[in-house]
Design a protein around this ligand. Sequence first.
Ligand SMILES: [Fe+2]
Length: 224
Amino acid sequence: MSPEQIQKLVAEIEQKDLSTAAHTWRVVLYTRALLESFNVDREWIALATQAAALHDIGKIDIPDRILQKPGRLTDEEFEIIKLHPVTGFARMITLKVSEEPIHNVVRFHHERWDGLGYPFQIKGEEIPIGARLFSVIDSFDAMTSVRPYRNDIGDNAAQRAIVELQAGIGTRYWAEGVEAFTELFHTGQLDYILHYFNDDVPIPSFYTAREEEFDAIRNHYKSK
Ligand SMILES: [Fe+2]
């Protein structure tokens, strides 16, 4: 996909649900950090970060009254939310996006290792690796950031989120993905991303960023 096409789609997602702007920014950076730890080559990392930026593209098709509902969702509303990997994949096809790693993350980021995820309920190694890794990242970010339905995040949110990820090995998550992410966390390599913990921080434009710009951002926050 072209950077311009991604930029346009990400802007659409952000317009739809304001709280996702910082979320998108953080998950892209976590994805880069995690794949770098697996020594994935730069071309694949570039593709994976596009996938990360677009993972919730299907939410464009979910009504605002459900997406932005402050209270608890009804079962029926949650069933509608659970369709977003399908509507997202449909959009990818309509837009003639052909990169399989992007399809995989959009379609399968809510599947679980034990097969109890949604919407396809595939399990274990049936789930493409990119989607397995991304579900760890997406869950971590959900547990460490402010969402409409939870605004009581405390200082130890990241530490608690790591404990939750570890507890979910074998049920929700792929062990190797969680272990790699935990290692990054404990060695301080995610600190500069956690800076974006609070959705109020202004978001730089990065969807079209080149390698050196990512490096500059990382070095900037590392030096603080
Ligand atoms: Fe999602």
